[in-house]
Write a protein that binds this ligand. Structure first.
Ligand code: XMP
Length: 316
């Protein structure tokens, strides 16, 4: 009979059988999927799990620090922290196409891991937090491709790692249940999902440092205010987007020409379809007010009313 306790025990057993006493390298972004897979692998193989947290410069505010605190300091996992912000931003300079951006981010990720693996010596496996919707939406024999989620696509032909993907049968809500089963704290397991390409697909078009900063700061404000309003426990995914066009406004009695920030807040079960959250007007007004006051180079805030379909959850 299928239940989460059995699933976790089975997967731990399967991982042990697959890996033996060899080593697994895991990309630990700190999102729900990679955190849960890290906890599972940690339980299965302990210090033969080597977690690498890549700060690609597209993380949310404070996120890399949180990963180091939780997995390095608290859970005592074998954790390597790499800051490759400049390398990623340089590679992405001038690249406008969303799929191209995903390919570059995914490709650089793999290269960083290969480099880390070579430094470490004796890594045979690559752990991944791939979940069922990633596989379906990235295009299998039957499903039509929507977006190439980078945690499935983009692996080079000569990749010397065998994959360990214990969550690949699970939908998102099951991944969370799995995390709780493994003893991860509620706040971590019920954290909203964050795409692999990070803020890179929320800083629309060619990424620039000023707009990336605007996405990061406005996202931090949105998260703070959603928490104050109790919406962080209710809304599935919420974030801000900064497009690559400006609009005219006024600042200090003079004409301004600056970026807009778009707020997105959606609910879904499995990320295949989504509805928007009907956020209370005063909450939206307070967020708008703070963004306009606190975020540089922004003069306008909009709320995205579009369900999936016809929109997708992310803008790219
Ligand atoms: P869309 O935008 O396709 O997003 O409706 C569905 C869910 O997937 C997340 N997402 C990604 N996750 N790599 C990821 O790991 C990606 O490239 C990617 N693109 C979208 C998105 O945040 C939403 O939860």
């Amino acid at each position: 009979n299928w239940n989460m306790t059995n699933f976790v025990n089975d997967q731990i057993e399967l991982v042990r059988r697959q890996v033996g006493d060899r080593k697994v390298l895991l990309a630990l972004s700190g999102g729900v999927d990679s955190s849960v897979v890290a906890a599972l692998l940690l339980k299965a193989i302990g210090n033969n799990l080597v977690c690498v947290h890549v700060n690609h410069g597209l993380m949310r505010k404070g996120e890399s620090e949180d990963v180091v605190e939780m997995f390095g300091n608290q859970l005592k996992a074998n954790l390597i922290y790499v800051d490759v912000t400049d390398r990623f931003l340089t590679k992405l300079e001038g690249v406008e196409d969303p799929e191209q951006k995903r390919k570059i981010i995914g490709g650089e990720f793999i290269r960083v891991f290969e480099e880390e693996a070579r430094k470490l010596d004796g890594i045979d496996f690559l752990g991944q937090g791939t979940i069922y919707p990633d596989i379906v939406e990235s295009g299998t024999k039957t499903a039509k491709m929507v977006k190439s989620h980078h945690n499935v696509g983009g692996l080079p032909e000569d990749l010397q790692f065998e994959l360990v993907e214990p969550l690949r049968q699970l939908f998102k809500d099951e991944v969370r249940a799995c995390g709780l089963e493994l003893g991860l704290p509620y706040e971590m397991v019920y954290r909203q999902p964050f795409p692999g390409p990070g803020l890179g697909v929320r800083c629309l078009g060619a990424i620039t440092r000023d707009r990336l900063e605007a996405v990061r700061e406005s996202d931090a404000i949105l998260r703070e205010e959603f928490q104050l309003a109790g919406l962080d426990k209710k809304v599935w995914q919420y974030f801000t987007v900064v497009p690559d066009f400006k609009s005219v406004g006024v600042r200090d009695n003079a004409r301004s020409f600056e970026w807009p920030v778009i707020i997105r807040a959606v609910n879904t079960i499995d990320a295949m379809t989504a509805t928007i959250e009907q956020v209370e007007w005063p909450v939206l007004m307070k967020i708008t007010d703070r963004i306009l006051k606190e975020v540089k180079h922004v003069n306008r805030v909009c709320y995205d009313m579009s369900p999936k379909p016809n929109a997708t959850i992310e803008w790219e």
